[in-house]
Ligand binder design. Structure first.
Ligand code: F6R
Length: 608
């Protein structure tokens, strides 16, 4: 949600900013803008729409020429997407870009209006520019920023320029991501590393209310009291290719194809001598033995990974697991505390609700474990323990490779849990682990047969509504398959536990409605088949996603997508979800939609 970039150095600033904003497009946005110091002052160009609209505007209005500036992609929260509401915002002597939400902006706006400030937009962000101007005196930007952030309630990442200092970019943040890139005599700020990866891999992280001042040849960090600080410089493990399409038509397809390698890498990073090992992150067998209950707290696809974890941990380790949507968990006054393990799962590590869930769990005395893909993210840093999924940058809005990496880690955790609690022996743990390590091959096999998914997609493109049903792990997969399909194809889709359909929803089944039945779990296969028959009897079109060789009664299935694997039932979700991802991808593409940037969605949801 919203992307920020800032630059100071010798390069053409407009190029660097536009290039950086392009790399942040995945976050979702509806307007864009840049402000660059020119010889005669700051020039701002901004527009509603996409970066192609921005490029057009730059052509007609002339690109700003300079070496120091800030840029922004906005995902509207306060005020519709419009030229006026786009960032950067300037008021008085200050120009800013802002990501986050200023919760007390109405009070601040009233106060500033009384002081004579006139507002030009409907945004909460513009109050920050005014407040900075209000506190700016004696040519002291640092003091103005310190005084301003004291007044702000909510979340913010800010890139700031003061008219009097043409050679400086300031930045600060609280609860919204902002990374500082450190090159050779050039510096960057960005919401995410891919925005400057092309120029430098070195970066530094800002804590809440830290301030950074970047000049042509120096960078200075200050803490919340304005005292100079030394920052640790880290080197990004991601490379430029990972943040590029590399010949694939879409990031989503590329990311689906990366899954075998990513799953392999992630699994290997959590194993020692062929067995799952979490001692390095401080998660010992003694701790696992003492856990009374497990909570998985997450949103969207990450929450669906939690449902897989629930089935796996409960079946193997016999510990009760509750999966909670983070936006509910944080406000439900959950009964959670000492003795509980709260696992937060997040690709971005910045999702506002998941982060709040984590903070709440910590406050209540639970042990917290983060399974996160972005190691420098807030969630990864705040949790007691952190497992890094090695999916690399996930650019497509719809999560694919991060999900498979998450469930890979959660499987290993389930195995170790079960071993630590004595519900399986070492031999079984290692046997399951060895099997899991063959899952990349099974995923590859699905990818190699992607034309089968494309064929199924071609049969879905004209439908208005469809259903996914399944039981046990297949239910968890149905939820994920349905979310993936609806978010990028805009076809209404619902997922149901197969046995639940007849408790109401079956009334929606009419002749011709497709029902994707996920049927990979042998323990409940007969039951799932009965539910499928109930749908078929009402004219539904059955698309069965099942193991190779599954036998159905004649004419009960209209289309079949077979997963060819001898993985244990518990592990079949890994290749199966890949098939569901491919069905969603091709349905989206065949309907003429860009699957990488579905409407209304943002990649990193940093607001509630
Ligand atoms: C769906 C999707 C979202 C995210 C959700 C949580 O394809 O990507 O549902 O899973 O917004 O995001 P993270 O994992 O970054 O916390």
């Amino acid at each position: 949600m919203c992307g920020i970039v800032g630059y100071i150095g010798q390069r053409d600033c407009t190029d660097v900013l536009m290039d950086g904003l392009e790399k942040l497009e995945y976050r979702g946005y509806d307007s864009a803008g840049i402000a660059v110091f020119e010889k005669t002052g700051i020039k701002t160009v901004k527009t509603k729409g996409k970066l192609k609209d921005m490029r057009q505007k730059l052509e007609t209005e002339g690109s700003p020429v300079g070496h120091c500036g800030i840029g922004h992609t906005r995902w509207a929260t306060h005020g519709e997407p419009s030229d006026q509401n786009s960032h950067p915002h300037s008021n008085g002597r200050v120009t800013i870009v802002h990501n986050g939400i200023i919760e007390n902006y109405i009070e601040l706006k009233e106060f500033l209006t009384e002081k004579g400030y006139v507002f030009h937009s409907q945004t909460d962000s513009e109050v920050v520019a005014c407040l900075l101007d209000y506190y700016y005196s004696e040519r002291n930007p640092l003091r103005a920023i310190m005084e301003t952030v004291k007044e702000l309630q909510g979340s913010y990442a800010l890139g700031i320029m003061f008219k009097d200092f043409p050679d400086r970019v300031y930045a600060t943040r609280k609860e919204s991501p902002l990374i500082v890139g450190i090159g050779e005599n050039e510096y960057f700020i960005a919401s995410d590393i891919p925005a400057f990866l092309k120029y430098t891999k070195k970066y530094a992280l800002l804590e809440d209310d830290d301030i950074v001042c970047m000049t042509n040849d120096d960078i200075e960090f200050y803490d919340v009291h304005g005292l100079p600080e030394q920052k640790e410089i880290s080197v990004a493990e991601w490379d430029v290719e990972q943040a590029q399409k590399c010949g694939y038509p879409h990031f989503m397809l590329k990311e689906i194809h990366e899954q075998p390698e990513i799953v392999q890498k992630t699994l290997e990073s959590c194993c020692k001598n062929g067995e799952p090992s979490f001692e390095d992150i401080g998660l010992t067998d003694d701790m696992l033995r003492d856990v009374k209950r497990v909570f998985v707290v997450a949103c969207g696809t990450a929450m669906h990974a939690g449902i897989i974890a629930r089935y796996a941990i409960e079946q193997l380790a016999r510990v009760p697991v509750t999966v909670e949507v983070a936006s509910e968990f944080r406000y439900m006054d959950p009964i959670v505390g000492e003795g509980d393990l709260v696992i937060v799962v997040s690709q971005s590590g910045e999702t506002a609700d998941t982060k709040a869930g984590l903070e709440l769990a910590k406050q209540k005395g639970a042990k917290t474990l983060a399974v996160v893909n972005v190691k420098y993210s807030a969630i990864a840093r705040q949790a007691d323990m952190f497992i890094h999924t090695l999916a690399g940058p996930e650019i497509a809005v719809a999560s694919t490779k991060a999900y498979t990496a998450q469930i890979s880690v959660l499987y290993l955790l389930a195995f170790r849990f079960a071993f630590a609690r004595g519900t399986i022996d070492r031999e079984r743990m290692n046997q399951l682990t060895a099997q899991l390590l063959t899952a990349p091959k099974a995923i590859q096999d699905v990818i190699d047969h992607k034309q089968d998914c494309q064929y199924i997609a071609s049969k879905l493109i004209n439908t208005d509504t469809l259903f996914f049903i399944g039981r046990s792990f297949d239910y968890a997969l149905s939820l994920e398959g349905s979310l993936k399909l609806k978010e990028i194809s805009y076809i209404h889709s619902e997922a149901y536990a197969a046995g639940e359909l007849k408790h109401g929803t079956i009334s929606l089944i009419e002749p011709g409605i497709p029902v994707i039945t996920v049927a990979t779990q042998s323990a409940v296969l007969a039951k799932t088949i009965s539910n499928m028959e109930e749908v078929k009897a009402r004219g539904g079109v059955i698309i069965a996603v099942c193991r190779k060789g599954t036998v159905f009664a004649a004419d009960s299935v209209d289309m079949k997508l077979e997963i060819d694997t001898d993985l244990d039932d518990i592990l079949v979700p890994l290749p199966t979800v890949c098939a569901l991802q491919l069905i969603a991808y091709y349905t989206s593409v065949l309907r003429g939609i860009d699957p990488d940037k579905p409407r209304n969605l943002a990649k990193s949801v940093t607001t509630e």
